[in-house]
Write a new protein. Structure first.
Length: 148
């Protein structure tokens, strides 16, 4: 595995965390949006991540913690964004303009506290990937300076 792969792996991690941060921001922004029908009510969205695999052919790696020697991780892949299947919040507000026939208003299934925790987590994961890139850059600079 080349030292240059570190840049690809960390870059894909930063990209994945950016998508996570954007979906979290969307969830928080829509946390108090209302609707009179359950079909039109906003539902919380979350990205689904997976290990991006890359086969290195005949090269052998001695990293048993990584699992399959021929199929090591090459980054993070965003498989998609899924809607939460948690129940929507219904509040009895008969004088609200969006109330249904029974007087209930549908609110999204967004838990703002959970979303803030997701935002902090994604921000720290992004910063960790930045630190990995910085460390790899410093290592490459030291290797180049050894040849002087």
């Amino acid at each position: 595995m080349s030292l240059f792969n570190i840049f690809n792996i960390s870059g894909s991690g930063m990209s994945a965390q950016t998508i996570r941060m954007n979906t979290t921001a969307s969830n928080i922004a829509n946390a108090e949006s209302v609707s009179s029908s359950t079909e039109q009510t906003y539902r919380a969205r979350h990205p689904v991540f997976a290990v991006e695999r890359k086969s290195y052919g005949d090269e052998k790696f001695n990293f048993p913690a990584w699992g399959d020697e021929q199929n090591t991780g090459a980054g993070v892949a965003v498989m998609g964004i899924v809607e939460s299947n948690a129940p929507l919040v219904q509040r009895y507000e008969p004088y609200h303009p969006e109330a249904d026939d029974q007087g209930y208003v549908n609110y999204p299934n967004v838990n703002v506290v959970e979303e803030m925790a997701n935002m902090i987590s994604s921000s720290r994961s992004f910063q960790t990937n930045v630190d990995v890139l910085d460390t790899a850059k410093q290592m490459m600079q030291k290797v180049l300076s050894m040849g002087r």
